[in-house]
Ligand binder design. Structure first.
Ligand SMILES: [Zn+2]
Length: 419
């Protein structure tokens, strides 16, 4: 058959070929083809391999030469707090001057300041700010993003955020997968009535599900935020309603959140800087993906999650940006991958697996995205790099030259392609 697009003379093509979740040592098992080609028709991959792909070239085929470039599947960022209003650079300055976080909270800073800004913001303001961030993510090679609510903390504003996510999906190139996270913090109006807030989250789940506003539900299970028992109540109800579930777990202290994630069959357990050995074993015995967020450790100056230990224990590991205005204000997913290599000590093959197929799996999209395979969406990145190791080595700059979404070039030479 003749393809609509053939990219050939690709310096290196890197992709996973394992069935997800790809666990432990199998994360190193990737395909690397040199001087390779990829053929695309109607937005779908119809062939790839070594050689020039000349069998796919007809008179109407667009042929692109990718000499000296590295191709990977489109990157999948499986944990972001994309939609929010404002920024917190003043807080950052205070922090650098040594002002304790609790004092920053008393001065009206912290997560609740973003909640106040987000509640005050219009739909259009939130849409515009998030769209700008998505454009940046795309330029770094990210073609699919999970986006959580959680800065509204009341029914009206949580819905507003999820409706922004819905409006953004399809109106720009990055695919969005929405997560409801009403249990991100207890809002100040419920400061003395935690049970009342948990009850309101449980009630909101019904309408979120009814209106198809989210595919999964997330809870911030942490000392001083939501307890293990509250987390379980919310996630069990979400499961009953047929939603996928996930947990922000063991970020600062080990509360057993990752163990609960394994017990409930969560799609992902996220952060895990303080995970216990027992809970590592629990994850290894489940299909729950350990979703590590090294950018947050970097930005806060905290410990990094024990990636080597998790991989040795046969856990499936993913990495994500955790893009948010408080603890990781950056859309540079390549930097996340570079930290995975540099700080989490993951091998290049493990980083690729953790940035493509494993997040595609925990987002429920592994049948369409996350690897180069015949019949899959033609989402891919061409890096201006002699090999994939170089992408993890040359840090802090953007090495993505061209980004394709469903076979359409949406970033060319690092710049957005105008429609
Ligand atoms: Zn988060």
């Amino acid at each position: 058959m003749k393809a609509g697009l053939v990219v050939h003379h690709i310096g290196e093509l890197w992709t996973t070929h394992r069935r997800p979740p790809v666990k432990g040592s199998r994360m190193n098992d990737v395909t690397v083809l040199r001087d390779a080609f990829l053929a695309v028709s109607d937005g779908v991959i119809v062939g790839f391999g070594s050689g020039t792909g000349e069998d796919f070239v007809g008179p109407a085929t667009i042929v692109r030469d990718a000499r000296g470039m590295v191709m990977t599947p489109g990157l999948v960022d499986g944990h972001t707090h994309l939609v929010h209003a404002g920024s917190r650079e003043h807080e950052f300055s205070l922090k650098l001057q040594g002002v304790p976080y609790l004092d920053i909270l008393k001065r009206g800073g912290g997560i609740l300041s973003t909640v106040a800004n987000t509640r005050a913001a219009s739909f259009d303001d939130l849409y515009d700010q998030a769209r700008k961030s998505l454009g940046r993510m795309l330029s770094f090679g990210v073609t699919t993003v999970e986006a959580k609510s959680g800065y509204g903390l009341d029914q009206k504003n949580e819905r507003k955020i999820l409706e922004v996510v819905r409006a953004l999906d399809g109106s720009q190139p990055v695919s969005l997968i929405p997560t409801y996270m009403g249990a991100h913090a207890v809002p100040s109006e419920y400061a003395f009535d935690r049970d009342g807030y948990v009850a309101s989250v449980l009630a909101d789940l019904e309408t979120i599900r009814r209106d198809g506003l989210a595919e999964s539900v997330d809870v911030f299970c942490e000392a001083g935020v939501f307890t293990l028992a509250e987390t379980k109540r919310i996630l069990l109800r979400a499961k009953e309603l047929g939603l996928a579930v996930r947990v922000h777990a063991d970020e600062i202290v080990s509360t057993g959140g990752a163990g609960l994630a394994a017990e409930l069959g969560c799609a992902s357990a996220d952060h895990l800087m303080a995970i216990s050995d027992r809970d590592i074993l629990a994850l290894a015995g489940s299909d729950t993906v350990a979703n590590l967020l090294p950018g947050t450790s970097f930005y806060l100056g905290h410990d990094y999650a024990p990636a080597r230990k998790l991989i040795q224990a046969n856990v499936a590991v993913a990495v994500a940006s955790d893009y948010n205005p408080g603890s990781c204000p950056s859309e540079n997913f390549q930097f996340t991958m570079q930290l995975a290599a540099n700080r989490l000590k993951m091998t290049p093959s493990e980083v690729l697996t953790a940035a493509t197929i494993n997040p595609a799996f925990h987002l429920g999209r592994a049948d369409r995205i996350g690897s180069i395979g015949v019949g899959k969406d033609a989402d891919f990145v061409l890096f201006d790099a002699p090999n994939f190791e170089y992408v993890l080595y040359h840090f802090g700059v953007n090495l993505a030259a061209d980004v394709y979404k469903k076979g359409r070039r949406v970033i060319a030479d690092g710049r957005p392609v105008k429609e």
